[in-house]
Design a protein around this ligand. Structure first.
Ligand SMILES: Nc1ncnc2c1ncn2[C@@H]1O[C@H](COP(=O)(O)OP(=O)(O)OP(=O)(O)O)[C@@H](O)[C@H]1O
Ligand SMILES: N[C@@H](CCO)C(=O)O
Length: 316
């Protein structure tokens, strides 16, 4: 359970009052996530999700919250943060920065078929296109600079083969990032963590994308690679699942065609997407915070995915 901070009902009531959302009817801690404290809040005005930010600094939050608002206003099924009478969307609860967003309907589809992947591809392309008119800027804080900083912290815990892979892949990604082709990739606000457990469906209809707290400005191709690495693989081996990958890419390209440079760099970005989550999972596993100990994600999964991406680059 990832409730790092217990929220007493009085604190939730005070927030609802500030936001003019009526009476508190129920407050329930959400078991699941590993980054933030989350509660479902039921009140007279409806159902909401309260998030207390445990790691992010208050000055980093407006980018995420205004991006969600921008995307929601652009017609995407994204939670829309509630503002107080002064227009503030970053609140304070139990001394932590916090946000209250509408609860989206639906359930995560953890065993998606091609139809779900197509819905994901279409929504991802729309998210990129609607994001073009968002005027705030914050880099992807889990990008190359963070990989370079964090790899030395986890290397001491790895065996020699893992350490070799981590060092050589990091060197490869630094080299890719220095090329003119990489600099030419289209970019904008990206979600950067759009895994199956951050998306909701009712049947085959995609009804929600949430957890924008790793979003940032980065290449659209990186975002696409993160999705392909989670939605379109054989979960046991990490190998590509061709039918699902085709469905996701086809639906994405029906909204926005990939450039030739993007097509050429997709195999490298698939490796980058695997490396990013291998490093963050190693970091959470070997250098955990207290509550994160309860449900660390398996780092070896992304080691496998990375080895697969290197051994069998995706042919478009
Ligand atoms: N707006 C929303 N509408 C419906 N359910 C939501 C919403 N936001 C969060 N949830 C629920 O809360 C759970 C945890 O949220 P979230 O994934 O954002 O937490 P986190 O700690 O940031 O997680 P992660 O480990 O994925 O980074 C989700 O799995 C989902 O069930
Ligand atoms: N999606 C991440 C967790 C952080 O959101 C992972 O699976 O490692």
């Amino acid at each position: 359970m990832a409730v790092f901070t217990e929220v007493p009902p009085e604190e939730a009531r005070a927030l609802l009052q500030r936001l003019q959302l009526g009476e508190l009817l129920a407050l329930q801690g959400i078991v699941g996530g590993i980054e933030n404290t989350n509660y479902f809040v039921t009140c007279s005005a409806g159902e909401f999700v309260l998030t207390l930010f445990e790691r992010l600094r208050p000055e980093q939050l407006p980018f995420y919250l205004y991006l969600m608002q921008h995307l929601a206003q652009g017609g995407l099924p994204v939670p829309n943060p509630r503002a107080d009478a002064q227009g503030n969307i970053v609140h304070s609860v139990c001394g932590k920065p916090a946000a209250l967003v509408n609860r989206l309907p639906g359930k995560s589809q953890l065993a998606p078929g091609p139809q779900h992947c197509a819905a994901m591809g279409q929504t991802l392309a729309r998210l990129h296109l609607v994001g073009r008119s968002f005027d705030r800027h914050q880099p992807n804080l889990r990008g190359l600079a963070w990989w370079n900083e964090t790899a030395p912290l986890v290397l001491p815990y790895l065996g020699p083969q893992q350490a070799d892979l981590l060092r050589s892949e990091l060197a490869y990604q630094n080299a890719v990032a220095a090329t003119a082709d990489y600099a030419a990739l289209p970019r904008g606000p990206v979600h950067a963590d759009l895994f199956r457990d951050n998306v909701l469906f009712e049947g085959e209809k995609l009804t929600g994308c949430f957890d924008f707290y790793f979003a940032g400005v980065d290449t659209w191709l990186f975002d696409l690679a993160v999705c392909l690495n989670d939605w379109c693989i054989d979960w046991a081996t990490g190998a590509h699942h061709p039918a699902r990958a085709q469905a996701l890419l086809g639906a994405y390209e029906a909204e926005r065609k990939l450039t030739d440079t993007e097509r050429a760099l997709l195999p490298a970005m698939l490796r980058a997407g695997a490396l990013r989550f291998w490093i963050s999972r190693l970091w959470d596993f070997y250098l955990p915070r207290e509550a994160a100990l309860l449900a660390p994600h398996d780092p070896t999964h992304f080691e496998r995915v990375l080895r697969e991406r290197i051994a069998h680059p995706l042919q478009l």
